[in-house]
Design a protein around this ligand. Structure first.
Ligand SMILES: Cc1cc2nc3c(=O)[nH]c(=O)nc-3n(C[C@H](O)[C@H](O)[C@H](O)COP(=O)(O)OP(=O)(O)OC[C@H]3O[C@@H](n4cnc5c(N)ncnc54)[C@H](O)[C@@H]3O)c2cc1C
Length: 452
């Protein structure tokens, strides 16, 4: 099986490693670095910066546990080299992994020239045509830049200019209050910037559980973030001292820098999709079925390009499923990816994580559910650590006790949600969590309490 993959992000790398294990003959074409945008621009650098900010915030709170600490500021040069060294280490480890599995990695740009041929073009102008029985396009996405914004990478930024920017903004205006926007608000707030957030609706994180969003809003307000609710940005002007963000309700916000976090657009241009007869929708995504197959039976799309949940974790699971389908695994060895059961997290303070059914969704469906909620305020570990913000919420079926979903707001929420994620995927009951003897003192004890 000649399997050609275009794009070496989480989707492409996972499809390659899993496919190689299953016996496919694989060529992966990547024009930049292995690990993709997730490694170079998105998950890894943003979380590395947030990790530095978290230490600053933790130390600033240390007086609560008897260690008063003075104000701290990050060293930008050190931060920059730390971010790039993590990225390089990860890219190198993917390189070694793929090499050890016999995957042929081509450092070049891939384009389909027919439904069974991919052209790789290298930096020195050389070209190679590779024949393929199956093709995966996993070329990801990039930040959306509206026509009213002239991004200069100095004062008007996308997330790709922020690792870190040349200087810590004195006053950053973040446009967009989805997951990416709030993470950057948190990141720069922890570095000491004044931050204003343009929130187009009446709630930050408009797609999330209102209780979860309210917990984050409370923290933002407490830490001095200015929220401009119900305002849509429609322009950014350069001023002597920085920028002025213009909103559709006539308000304007003066700041030193503006950062756009208003979503992404898929990298579907110049891929030769038309040469292979692959359908692309009006937004540039490649629609797929539950096996990640496009309208052409042997051509697959995965990751951000497929327009499903835009998460690195989902992209790599899609990659794995593609490899299984390409290699013809049957129903006993190959399960469909259930997007509804994907866990997700927002790396703010408090951290936020969710999985499965949400309360508002259950309500909208008129579905009977049992909701139990326990605050961390009574959790011994949270009190010992001096950070008892947030709560655990578990949703279950009142008739069977099967865990349907949950949300966690608080320290280490992104780690703790894994317990509920496994319960949702394995259809465990609340009693399975309650009867597990957990570590004491541990934040996870709040999960057992919430399940009870
Ligand atoms: C700021 C930010 C933070 C994020 N944080 C998280 C997080 O914490 N957790 C999480 O799960 N998700 C996070 N995401 C989402 C996550 O980054 C994406 O969902 C994920 O990167 C998608 O993976 P992918 O494999 O589709 O593509 P990508 O990671 O975008 O990789 C695609 C690769 O294809 C290559 N490519 C493109 N065109 C070609 C071509 N013609 N030829 C050869 N190569 C090509 C690119 O160079 C790139 O390396 C974040 C996103 C953003 C914007």
């Amino acid at each position: 099986m000649q399997f050609v993959i275009i794009g070496g992000g989480p989707a492409g790398v996972q499809a390659a490693t899993h496919g190689a294990r299953l016996g496919a003959d694989i060529t992966l074409i990547e024009r930049d670095i292995l690990g993709g945008a997730a490694n170079l621009w998105d998950c890894v650098p943003s979380k590395a910066m947030i990790a530095t900010g978290a230490v600053i915030k933790k130390l600033e709170r240390a007086d609560r546990i008897g260690l008063p600490v003075h104000k701290l500021a990050p060293n930008l040069d050190e931060l920059r080299s730390r971010v790039s060294s993590i990225t390089e280490k990860l890219a190198k480890s993917y390189d070694q992994l793929l090499e050890s599995q016999g995957v042929r990695v081509l450092k070049g740009t891939g384009k389909m020239i027919s439904a069974h041929e991919v052209l790789a073009t290298f930096a020195d102008g050389r070209e190679e045509v590779i024949g393929a029985d199956a093709i995966l396009v996993a070329t990801g996405s990039r930040p959306r830049i509206p026509e009213w914004a002239s991004v200069d990478g100095i004062n008007i930024l996308t997330t790709r200019h922020a690792y870190p920017p040349k200087e810590i903004p004195e006053h950053l205006v973040v446009i967009g209050s989805g997951v990416t926007g709030v993470e950057f608000v948190h990141m720069f707030r922890s570095f000491g910037s004044k931050v204003s957030l343009v929130v187009s609706r009446q709630q930050v994180l408009p797609a999330k559980d209102p209780e979860v969003a309210a917990a984050l809003e409370a923290d933002f307000l407490e830490s001095g973030v200015l929220l401009y609710k119900g305002a849509r940005a429609v322009g950014i002007e350069r001023t002597k001292s920085g920028v002025r963000v213009l909103c559709d309700d006539q308000r304007s916000i003066e700041g030193s820098h503006a950062l756009l976090a208003i979503g992404s657009i898929p990298n579907s241009e110049n891929l030769g999709l038309e040469n292979a007869g692959v359908f692309v929708d009006r937004s540039g995504y490649v629609p797929i079925d539950h096996h990640c197959v496009s309208n052409v039976p042997h051509i697959y799309a995965a990751g951000d390009l497929s327009g499903k949940l835009q998460l690195a974790s989902v992209a790599s699971m899609q990659g794995k499923k593609v490899a299984e389908h390409v290699m013809g695994l049957d129903g006993r060895q190959h399960r469909h990816l259930d997007y509804e059961k994907a866990a997700s997290a927002i790396f703010t303070e408090p951290e936020i994580a969710e999985v499965g059914l949400a309360e508002a969704e259950a309500f909208a469906q008129g579905r009977k559910i049992r909701v139990t909620k326990v605050p961390f305020a009574s959790n011994p570990r949270a009190l010992i650590d001096g950070d008892a913000r947030g709560f655990v919420k578990i949703l279950s079926d009142p008739a069977t006790g099967v865990v349907l979903g949950g949300s966690i707001v608080g320290a280490h929420a992104a780690e703790l949600i894994s317990v509920i994620a496994v319960a949702v995927t394995a259809r465990l009951r609340v009693t399975d969590i309650v009867e597990s003897v957990l570590v004491h003192p541990a934040l996870a004890e709040a999960l057992a309490e919430a399940a009870d």
